[in-house]
Ligand binder design. Structure first.
Ligand code: FEO
Ligand code: CA
Ligand code: CA
Ligand code: CA
Length: 602
């Protein structure tokens, strides 16, 4: 079996007969025009020759005129807690550019996923106070920034702009869709189950064809716990990782909203995709419950040629699933505003990846998660559609979805009907299958799938592995990776993923940066570029110490790339990036431009 698998890996990255038509018209020549760079273990952001990189904005930078600068003494008084609402949030993650005037001026909407107490506080998170909790709550969420080109392809952000906005853990957000008003979403402060405060753990994102931003709630369980550490959470909470013990944030010790015993339904109000209209600073964000509740990585919206609006989203947890949502209404091409609430209602499906082990490809079936179908009935413990959406993981397990190796970002190839998706790793996998072929998978893989005839709602889907990451220096068999991985381009834990308009596939990593053992010669986390047709992979940039690279985004002319450098120096691993000296390391958005003013990557 092992031998056969290795042989068949030779064909990875090439299209099978099923997809021959999708190859036509694709320009595969010289897609990647830069010279690959070496790995790095330095505390620096490095990019390929002929390119330059610059920080646009970092955690704590004032985005309103009255805001105060970062206080290196970290004295978290009342004023400083409030100030966190007027500065760029922590842990920059997914982001998208929204044009106001083409690429000259626009809005950059960036997720601020979480906070690092070990870097944020003098006590390194070991002695939290009520003020510290409020400070954290104000430091995460989403930041909307009005940015303008400075005469080059770099941008500066405006401090005086009506668009600049912070959305945090206390911003009022509407609950919409099929689960709105459900009993499991009601709390004492919101007896109707229609309004929630805040969005949490905003990881990946999406940009809709109607001009809104989707922010995806991922590891929300980290923010919940109970003062009663012996309290036993229900099975439905366990499935989402919610424990009475709580995590490092300690919000439950000071804020009853995050105590699962005191406010038992609050945790049901997180784990959703949230839609934001960045051009209307007064608009209330909306949680789109019909897309299901899980640890959403990102949300890739596709409008197919039949005007189906389809949203793909993965659940980033070991052995969880991949989902797709089909909106009830068809896309309105003549009036984009008519689509503003199109994600409110529709049908949710979960993926079953079929195939023979060792083939690295197969059929992809989508199983409907609708009350009354596929055994999702009262007899089997599901009481309504809202119940199925709130407990999407349990429903997906019940119908026999394929447990995956932690789905991260999903992105559509502009030249074909393929969606590509990163599966970062799954160190606890025991049983292997066609789509997840390695036990104790430390390296991750990239899969792709597409529907025949381009019908993302009803088409017959097939899938294939595009890249198996691995370490060919020290491993054999499947752990050395697919044939397009070599000693010079190897990496682990692909996470951020985005196509540019020409069809280059950009891959950011969030993996081990130990550079030893299984990860020897992989260095710091990195940004790579792949040609989806030839399978070629080259390293484009490397991040500073103990960071993750994520949030790949582009200006409309693709001459500026934005990338988030998240948590440099996490766990006190000795980074001082980007300011150097003895400064606290800070997550930041970096811009990359080509020195000759050209398209990034060309
Ligand atoms: Fe927030 Fe799965 O990364
Ligand atoms: Ca991620
Ligand atoms: Ca990750
Ligand atoms: Ca992250």
């Amino acid at each position: 079996m092992q031998r056969r698998s290795v042989l068949k890996l030779g064909s990875l990255g090439l299209m099978s007969g099923f997809f021959t038509s999708s190859l036509l018209g694709a320009n595969t020549k010289n897609l990647i025009g830069f010279e690959q760079i070496a790995i790095s273990t330095d505390d620096d952001f490095k990019v390929a020759k002929g390119y330059s990189a610059k920080v646009l904005v970092k955690w704590s930078d004032p985005i309103f005129s009255h805001a105060k600068k970062f206080d290196e003494s970290k004295n978290i008084d009342d004023d400083y807690v409030k100030n966190a609402n007027f500065v760029f949030g922590d842990n920059a993650d997914g982001q998208k550019y929204f044009a106001i005037n083409g690429s000259k001026e626009g809005l950059l909407v960036t997720n601020n996923e979480y906070v690092n107490p070990e870097l944020m506080f003098n006590h390194n998170g070991k002695n939290m106070s009520a003020n510290d909790i409020k400070y954290q709550q104000n430091s995460l969420g989403v930041t909307i920034l009005n940015i303008k080109r400075d005469g080059s392809n770099f941008y500066k952000y405006k401090i005086y702009s009506k668009y600049n906005r912070r959305i945090n853990a206390n911003t009022p957000i509407l609950i919409t869709g099929e689960a709105k008003g459900d009993d499991a979403l009601k709390t004492a402060t919101d007896p109707k189950g229609e309004l929630v405060f805040g969005t949490l753990n905003n990881c990946g994102c999406g940009k809709t064809p109607w001009g809104t931003y989707l922010t995806c709630e991922e590891n929300f369980d980290d923010f919940f716990g109970s003062k009663d550490s012996k309290f036993m959470p229900s099975k439905r909470f366990e499935r989402y990782g919610i424990k009475a013990k709580g995590g490092v944030y300690a919000w439950h010790l000071f804020d009853d909203r995050f105590d699962i015993k005191a406010t038992p339904n609050e945790a049901n109000r997180f784990g959703w995709v949230v839609e934001i209209d960045p051009f209307d600073p007064k608009s209330m964000p909306k949680k789109r419950t019909s897309l299901g509740r899980f640890k959403h990585e990102n949300c890739e919206v596709v409008v197919d040629k039949f005007d189906n609006v389809v949203a793909y989203s993965g659940d980033d947890e070991n052995n969880e699933f991949v989902y797709k949502f089909i909106a009830k209404n068809k896309f309105d091409r003549t009036n984009l505003k008519a689509n503003l609430d199109i994600l409110e209602f529709g049908t949710l499906y979960v993926a079953k990846f079929e195939g023979e082990f060792g083939e690295f490809k197969g059929r992809l079936k989508w199983i409907e998660l609708t009350f009354g179908k596929n055994g999702l009935t009262k007899e089997n413990g599901f009481i309504s559609q809202a119940d199925i959406l709130i407990r999407a993981r349990e429903a997906a397990s019940f119908v026999g979805a394929t447990p995956m190796d932690r789905c991260e970002w999903i992105s559509k190839d502009p030249n074909s009907e393929f969606l590509y998706a990163t599966f970062t790793n799954n160190k606890v996998r025991q049983e292997v299958d066609a789509a997840n072929p390695r036990a104790k998978n430390k390296y991750g893989q990239i899969l792709k799938w597409a529907p025949k005839n381009g019908d993302h709602a009803n088409g017959d889907f097939a899938w294939e592995i595009f890249i198996l990451a691995g370490n060919p220096k020290i491993k054999d068999g499947l752990y050395k990776g697919s044939n397009n991985i070599n000693l010079n381009n190897m990496f682990n834990s692909p996470d951020g993923l985005a196509f540019d308009k020409d069809g280059r596939l950009w891959i950011a990593t969030d993996g081990s940066y130990s550079n030893t053992g299984d990860y020897e010669d992989m260095g710091n986390n990195q940004l790579l570029c792949a040609d989806p047709y030839s399978g070629e992979v080259k390293r484009f940039a490397t991040g500073p110490r103990a960071c993750e690279l994520t949030g790949i985004a582009f200006s409309d002319d693709y001459k500026t790339m934005f990338i988030s450098v998240q948590h440099p120096g996490e766990e006190l691993k000795g980074s001082h990036w980007p300011e150097g000296g003895s400064h606290t390391p800070k997550s930041a958005v970096v811009m990359i431009t080509k020195d000759d003013g050209g398209i990034i990557g060309a």
